[in-house]
Design a protein around this ligand. Structure first.
Ligand SMILES: [Zn+2]
Ligand SMILES: [Zn+2]
Length: 258
């Protein structure tokens, strides 16, 4: 399984993009930078997208991905919670901001096909087994463990400040877990209100997991606030050192093979 980190941040700038991943060139994980970071040919290779939740930084590129590839006659499967799909449909693909790409705009089939997922109920998409895991956020949010039939598995929690040990214990056994760390420790109040993780919050969850005897795989922190990046990276490094774990910050265009 080849993983490309297309975006590793909570916001955008010239050199930073919304948190988003591409697996083996065909499966998108969230859509915050699924068009803006890829060539037109690469966008055309995408066959399905797993969505964690409805927040704009996770769905933003769906309309442009759909319109750029509209004429290729291929349908992209969108997987997500019913609440997520409903919000995207009502607020984004609604003929006000953009056309409704879940219906045919002419002779071509619909660009997007909505496939609702249920937390705890695994499913397969192309050559991947997917396990959706519910974790709390300010809106319904589901993370995923994705295992390729050809080998290798990743997990991605989406946005949450809650216990993420389910991603370490899932039967699909992720080789790498992408998790969010949005704020530095001194902004704990802001993190609590918006239900995002700080390095200290993550530390407490990981200490709990270690005490429970859970083996922690490689972990990559994403969804970092751009303006606090240096602080977050420093605080993540001290957690990794203290707990002797493989926890590093992610970055745009990072590539991993598992
Ligand atoms: Zn969010
Ligand atoms: Zn987010």
């Amino acid at each position: 399984m080849k993983i490309r980190v297309l975006g590793a941040h909570k916001f955008e700038s010239r050199h930073a993009r919304h948190t988003c991943f591409l697996i083996d060139g065909v499966l998108g994980l969230d859509a915050g930078s699924l068009a803006s970071s890829l060539s037109i040919a690469e966008q055309g290779d995408i066959q399905a997208v797993l969505l964690t939740h409805q927040h704009f930084d996770h769905v933003r590129d769906l309309p442009t991905l759909g319109l750029t590839t509209l004429d290729d006659g291929k349908t992209i499967g969108l997987y997500g919670l019913p609440e997520t799909q409903d919000a995207v449909h009502r607020h984004l693909l609604n003929w006000e901001l953009y056309p409704d790409l879940t219906e045919s705009l002419g002779s071509e089939p619909p660009k997007f096909k909505l496939n609702p997922v249920t937390p705890g109920e695994g499913f397969t998409v192309m050559g991947y087994s997917v396990s959706p895991i519910s974790v709390p956020h300010t809106v319904p949010n589901v993370g995923y463990v994705v295992r390729a039939d050809s080998g290798g598995a990743l997990a991605y929690t989406g946005d949450t400040d809650s216990d993420i040990s389910a991603f370490f214990k899932d039967d699909l056994a992720a080789d790498v877990v992408f998790l969010e760390v949005s704020f530095p420790n001194r902004l704990e109040g802001e993190a609590q209100i918006t239900k995002h993780m700080t390095p200290a919050g993550l530390r407490s969850h990981l200490v709990g997991a270690l005490k429970a005897g859970i083996r922690l795989p490689k972990m990559v922190a994403v969804h970092m606030s751009l303006e606090h990046q240096d602080e977050i990276v420093e605080e993540i490094a001290s957690v990794a050192k203290e707990l002797s774990i493989d926890l590093t910050p992610g970055h745009e265009d990072m590539e991993l093979e598992v």
